[in-house]
Design a protein. Structure first.
Length: 138
């Protein structure tokens, strides 16, 4: 069995952002040479997420609005976590959206369902953060 590891780094301009990283994951899969196996993609920071859904701008706006209703940024005083930081909301948003995804690799391709794409969700941006891609198989 082979193993391949790659790290992507993101530094968003906005506090919250949603980035389609499917092409970067496909590039990593191609680079790995693995034809059958599993591909793990995970956010390596506790205020960011990796998730799978449709790449449709209205849906992304809906996610952002929904998350902001669930865990609004302001007022920061509502969160016990906030002391020196103001990112209590970002930790909660990450918990809802998830840490990682695993996608089957079949015949050298990500084995997606219709419309599925991989996204990086940033909830406390404006600094470098990493995403791990780990692919195992043959």
């Amino acid at each position: 069995m082979k193993s391949f590891r790659k790290v992507l780094t993101f530094n968003t301009r906005n506090r919250r952002d949603y980035i389609n990283i499917t092409d970067q994951v496909i590039d990593a899969l191609t680079e790995s040479g693995i034809k059958e196996g599993l591909c793990l993609v995970n956010a390596m920071h506790i205020t960011a997420s990796v998730y799978i859904n449709d790449d449709e701008s209205g849906l992304i706006k809906d996610f952002d609005a929904w998350l902001e209703k669930l865990a609004p940024y302001m007022p920061v005083s509502q969160y016990h976590h906030n002391g020196a930081e103001d990112n209590g909301d970002a930790h909660l948003k990450r918990q809802v959206m998830g840490r990682e995804v695993v996608v089957a690799v079949t015949d050298g391709r990500l084995d997606f369902g219709p419309w599925e794409q991989i996204f990086y969700g940033e909830f406390d941006g404006r600094r470098p953060k990493r995403v791990l891609i780990k692919i195992i198989g043959e």
